[in-house]
Ligand binder design. Structure first.
Ligand code: ATP
Length: 284
């Protein structure tokens, strides 16, 4: 679970300017025109809205390709080889799972896929963008618009309602204010929380809180969702509900989901499972 603190530290840095832009008042004619162009673009699903193009995505489109990736960390004057030549790919609409013992390198790989870290060797292309070559600012820009993150411990703001939590993520993604309401409603309904929109996290069950976190992660219409043990805190029934929500959002949002899990019952619903042992994938 090293992923959460490492991601949280970076996230703080990346969201500050976005939050400011979300609050931008449309006071000038230019600003009004820009906002309405962005809103139209958002409705039409065009790139001008600052969101990924929706349209009709090509079935089976290659979203991510990882080629011969290696990652080492200096520890005690020596190199600790954590990833030892990883090849994988993710395609549009897939639900892909990574499984492996604690310390096998899953989090390290997820950090690379999400553009939070870079390999020492090898290539990572996300939507054709060479993450292995790009600097942190360029990767952050793509990540903010096209990738969503879900954590084991939900990562919700405790004093905000479900609605406000989802709205906050749209504000931070720089989406025009007038688009927030319909999209927040849509996302919360999609995860089955239409009747709990104004509850705060402590008024919701663990499964419901995780569903708010999912609504939050898809509000900006990412292409890829990365989920670190999203069912680990839940009982098997709630875990199954989360998996059915994942299937639903894959269908309706054409998103791709890559998640880590230890739960063998959940593995059954994956389109593909990568088994990691000591920094490499093995076939089972
Ligand atoms: N920044 C770092 N510096 C040094 N070692 C690291 C660093 N990040 C990860 N490691 C080491 O790499 C190995 C793999 O860690 P990683 O967090 O990727 O495993 P994991 O499979 O996700 O484990 P878990 O299921 O417990 O989350 C561990 O031995 C860890 O200590």
């Amino acid at each position: 679970m090293a992923w959460l603190p490492r991601f949280a530290a970076k996230k703080k840095k990346e969201t500050a300017p976005a939050a400011a832009s979300g609050e931008r008042p449309a006071t000038s004619a230019v600003a009004v025109e820009t906002a309405s162009a962005a809103e139209t673009a958002y409705r039409d699903g065009t790139a001008a809205a600052g969101l990924p193009v929706r349209g009709e995505p090509a079935a089976n489109e290659l979203i991510l390709s990882v080629n011969h990736v290696e990652r080492s960390f200096p520890v005690g004057g020596q190199q600790l080889h954590v990833l030892k030549g990883i090849d994988m790919e993710l395609r549009r609409g897939q639900l892909v799972m990574l499984r492996g013992r604690s310390g096998s390198g899953k989090t390290t790989l997820m950090n690379m896929i999400g553009g939070l870290d870079q390999p020492n060797k090898g290539e990572i292309y996300f939507m054709g963008h060479p993450f292995h070559q790009w600097n942190d600012d360029k990767r952050t820009e793509v990540r903010r618009k096209q990738i969503g993150f879900i954590f084991q411990a939900y990562a919700l703001m405790p004093l905000l309602s479900a609605w406000e939590n989802v709205e906050l993520s749209m504000r931070m993604a720089g989406i025009p204010r007038s688009m927030w309401k319909p999209r927040v409603e849509h996302c919360l309904e999609l995860v089955g929380l239409g009747k709990r929109m104004h509850h705060r996290p402590f008024e919701l069950s663990g499964g419901e809180q995780q569903r708010v976190a999912i609504a939050k992660s898809i509000a900006h219409r990412p292409t890829l969702l990365l989920a670190d043990e999203p069912t680990a805190e839940l009982d098997s029934q709630m875990g199954a509900q989360i998996m059915s929500v994942f299937r639903e959002i894959i269908e309706t949002e054409q998103v791709t989901i890559c998640m880590t899990t230890h739960d063998p019952t959940i593995l059954e619903v994956a389109d593909h499972v990568y088994q990691m042992v000591d920094g490499k994938f093995v076939t089972t």
